[in-house]
Design a protein around this ligand. Structure first.
Ligand code: NAD
Length: 329
């Protein structure tokens, strides 16, 4: 055991949980105490690969840790998280925080009473392509986000809005500093009994409009964000990790690293368009997210995505889902 390191466990070691295990094992400030999965065979196989300890039940794991990652299917997040928080454990819950808003509100309340952290795994916030926008002053007027994914049965215990679109709702809420005013949404079922394709148009109090489309019926993966604002257009490919910015500049000499277009008339004066590819930092987003969680437990940082932010993204997702159901019927 390492001094001052946070004793942590992972609950649910399926497709994503195995990566939580791997990263905690490598974080110098975390002490991976063990893992628990309701599928014992699965737990054994991950434990063998990662030299971690399997716990036979949740209670015994909770007795031995200060913090946990909850990486079970979404429908179990609420029950599992409530048990962990009630035992005074800090929780990192994979997205979406829970399946219903009532469940999320209850978790936030108990966490406050118990004085523990809830962090939510909206990993795209740490996507290097999105982080590359930090040097720019953003005041988006229109945002378009598209997320397409080939069909897999994982995640289909919830509609596409809670599975895929919620990533982009969280991105959107982090980009626009204004409350949601109106939502229009439509969607349809293609392969499951649930909604597989969804489109939403969201208007914020400050006038910003967003169009977001998600589908889990696609040939190839697409994850693109486009931001339009006065004098600036940014296009971000979250999959390729590529960010490109086009902005109006007065003087090409002020932007020596940018490609500059020929001058154009801008309301009577001469302006230029500068094309920039801001540098992206490399690094594993999940590892950075878990490092932030551990440091937040230690009081050295604050969670990048708080339980409240996860709850707010869920609220918008539930509103969108409700509108889709109304629109279908
Ligand atoms: P999965 O089905 O591959 O794995 C889930 C694991 O949890 C399984 O091993 C299962 O046996 C175990 N499990 C089920 N109920 C349990 C319980 N009550 N206690 C302990 N273990 C239990 O699922 P997955 O694809 O790894 O997804 C898990 C979660 O992660 C979901 O909430 C999903 O939305 C989220 N997720 C997030 C991202 C992201 O980009 N942040 C990506 C994929 C999945």
């Amino acid at each position: 055991m390492r001094n001052n390191s946070v004793k942590v466990g992972v609950i649910g070691v399926g497709h994503l949980g195995q990566h939580h295990v791997k990263h905690y094992a490598g974080l110098h400030n975390a002490d991976l105490v063990g893992i628990y999965d309701s599928d014992r065979e699965r737990a054994e196989s991950i434990a063998n690969k990662t030299q971690s300890k399997v716990f036979n039940d949740l209670e015994t794991l909770l007795d031995a840790v200060e913090a946990v990652s909850i990486v079970t299917p979404t429908r179990f997040h609420s029950d599992v998280a409530e048990r962990c928080i009630s035992e005074g454990k800090h929780v990192f819950i994979e997205k979406p925080i829970t399946k219903t808003l009532e469940e999320a509100d209850k978790l936030l309340l108990i966490a406050k009473e118990k004085g523990v952290l809830i962090q939510v795994g909206h990993i795209e916030r740490l996507n290097p392509a999105l982080l590359a926008l930090k040097p720019y002053t953003l005041n988006p007027k229109f945002i378009e986000i598209q997320r397409l994914a080939p069909f897999t049965s994982r995640g289909t215990d919830v509609p596409v809005v809670l599975d895929l679109m919620i990533h982009d709702i969280d991105i959107l809420l982090s980009l626009v500093d204004s409350p949601v005013k109106t939502i229009r949404a439509t969607g349809l079922s293609i392969l499951t009994d649930s909604v597989d394709i969804a489109h939403a148009r969201i208007r914020f109090g400050n006038g910003t409009v967003a169009s977001i489309m998600s589908s889990r019926v696609a040939k190839d993966k697409v994850r693109k964000v486009k931001i339009f604002q006065r004098d600036l257009y940014a296009t971000i490919d979250l999959l390729l990790g590529l960010t490109e910015v086009y902005k109006v500049v007065n003087n090409p000499d002020d932007n020596p690293d940018a490609l500059i277009t020929a001058p154009f008339d801008y309301g009577g004066s001469e302006r230029f368009i500068a094309y920039e590819k801001p540098a992206t930092t490399s690094g594993d987003a999940l590892k950075m997210e878990l490092d932030n969680f551990i440091k937040s437990v230690q009081g050295k940082e604050t969670p990048i995505v708080t339980g409240k932010a996860g709850r707010d993204a869920l609220k918008v997702a539930m509103d969108i889902q409700r509108m889709i159901i109304q629109d279908i019927h």
